[in-house]
Structures are given as C-alpha cells and as structure tokens.
Write a new protein. Sequence first.
Length: 391
Amino acid sequence: MTETLDVIHFNEYGVKSEVIAESPLRVHLVGEHSWFFGDRTLAVAVSKYAKLSFSKRSDSTVNFFFYQNNEHKHINLGNLKIRKEDKLLNILKAVVYACQNLEYNISGMDITFSCEVPPQAGFGVRNAMLVASTLGVMKLFGLPSDTELALKIMKIACVDYLSLPYWISDLYTALYSKKGSCVLTDYATGTYEHIPFDFEDSAIILTDCKVPRISLWQENSLHIEKYRNMLASLKKKKMGQIVYEDSVTEINEVLTGITEEERRRLLCIIKEYQNVNDAVLALKNKSLNNFVKVINRSQDILRDLFQISSPEVDWFAKRVQEFDAGKINDASACLRITGKGDGRCTFAFMKKSDVEIYRQKLVEYEKIFGFHPIEYEVETADGARSYFFES
C-alpha cells in the first residue's frame, strides 16, 4: 500500500478520516483446538494489521470500502441482516448490532478497510477486523474507553449475531499483546498471561500454501458434552496445577464407546495440553531448542491424530526440520499448521540465516505441487489501538 489509509479514505469519500483503528493479526502457536474443553492456548500477535478508517455520516447509511479488493458495500442501519456475500461487512454489522443492543446510539459511517493479508488466510484477519471495528466504533461515537466494554460488545457480536464461539484467546491476543511476548489464555478461568517470546537471531515466517481447503471432518463434531465430560474426568491436580491423567490404561478406559477417529482426536487434545505447558516452560527458560521441539511435536500430532494437515504442509515441515539435521541440543527450526488447518497456512520459526534457504524451498514447492505460496516475514507486535486522526 503506497498511499496512507487516511488518503485512501479521502479519495474514496471526499471527507477526512476522523478515527483510525488497527489490530494485529495473530498466530496460534499451540493449543487452539482445545478451547471447548477449557484448556489453554498460546498465541502471538504479529506485525501485519487490519486497519480501518472511520468518518461519521448524517444519515443511517454505512459505506464500506475494502481497499485491496476494490470492493464497495453499502447497508442501512435499519437492516442489519446477515448476508453470505457480506463476509467482512457482517463483522461490522455485528459490532453495530451489539452497540445497539447495549443502547448506544450509532449513526451512519464511511469506512475504509485495509489488510495486505487475504481474509481467507488462517492468520486471524477476521478476528482483527472484529477488534479494530469495535475499538473504532467505540472511539467514533464516544463510548467509554473500557476494554471490558469492548469485550462485552465483541461477545454479543460473536455469540448473538454471528452465531460463533467466543474465542477469548483470539481477542486477548489482539487486545493485550506486547512486542516481544505472546499471550497464554486459560479458557477455564478466562484469564491471560504474557509469556516472553524474544529470540533476536530468529525469524517468524507465515506462509499461505494456497492449497484449496477440503475439510475431511468438521471440528465442531467434537464439541459435545459427552466428550467434554470424558476429558474433564481425566483432569487432576498435580503440584498445584491442573493436568491430564498420563496413565495410558486410565485414558483408554475413559475413551471407550467412541470411534477410533474420535478417540485419536481427543487424545490429541490431551497431548496438546502438555505441549502448551512444555512450550510455556521453554519460553520462560529462553530455551529455543526445547520450544521448537514442542512445536514440531505439535505438528506431528495434528497430522497423525487430529488429521488436519496435508501432504503440502508435511513437505514444508520436513524441509524446515532439515535445517536442524545433525543437531541434538541446539535445534532452532520448526513449522506448524495454524488456523483451521486442511493444508492452507503455516508459521515457521528459524534462524535469520536460514530464511533465504526457506524462500528457495518455496520455489521448489511451487514446482512440485503447482501452488504459488505467499510468505510474510513478521515480528511480534503490540496490541490493537484506536485514535482520533489529525492530518
């Protein structure tokens, strides 16, 4: 984007931006499939952003312009009906709906949206859009500057309007992130913790593998009380912390009367809980070697047990792990599928000196599989913000 967002907004609407809001995208490092079971998720905000520019109108019309797609949408505040074709605009409608539900007065707006990462990529663009929309609308219409109110608005938007789960890890990561750290969210307690994430000689590479998504199973098929109760019965307190039972016999006794596929996926949830704990310990101890081994182990069980990887992602994982060939205690590279899975998006962690080799592998990948991947080199980022724009 060569022009700044305020210039794009003025060129589109002929009026100046009043409020700018931006939210970082996020990457799930480990544990994102465990939220339904009250477990923990480790995620990091990255230096790619969903940005919105707002200006008020005197009527009830909302104009929406998606810069990268050259997409124009128009709605009236009297008709906030969800429409399948309004994928991003539905998020804004949800925020307006939530504000109205809380009896705040919202008028028409001109809005410009910009994000260089496509929304269909699994890096949290829609979540960042939700957070930035909420903060921007709150700022534009003078709502109290209160994070708890923002979370309340987003909960209503997600649950009541969009009929989506309330993924607090995504929201906490967008709102509370600090550069040089990641966010550990505990779904059982609704709390979060900053975990140091700062290896200055390493790079974070996001890759959209461009593999068409073909879902072989629906993850929400696991989200039933029967399975939640099964896993809850395997939790115990050990040294002041909640952990899963590690006895294979005990686990097998509980995970009975279900299909083999269901058993494997629930076993993955159990193993991911330990992976989260191990990753947090590695980061707190500043052990790059242990951290990348945990992430590679997580990728293995997502492939073998959860069954959401793909041959293309598996190929990338092997190439990245080759960076550490022959190393025993100084591993530095990992790659894991992130987002919904099914072969689309990955994050990789590697020495900066290996980045160009990785990019050469992208060229090799395209020749082998026929898909043109897109990579983004990113850093950790601070959380979302909104502010009045002054030219």
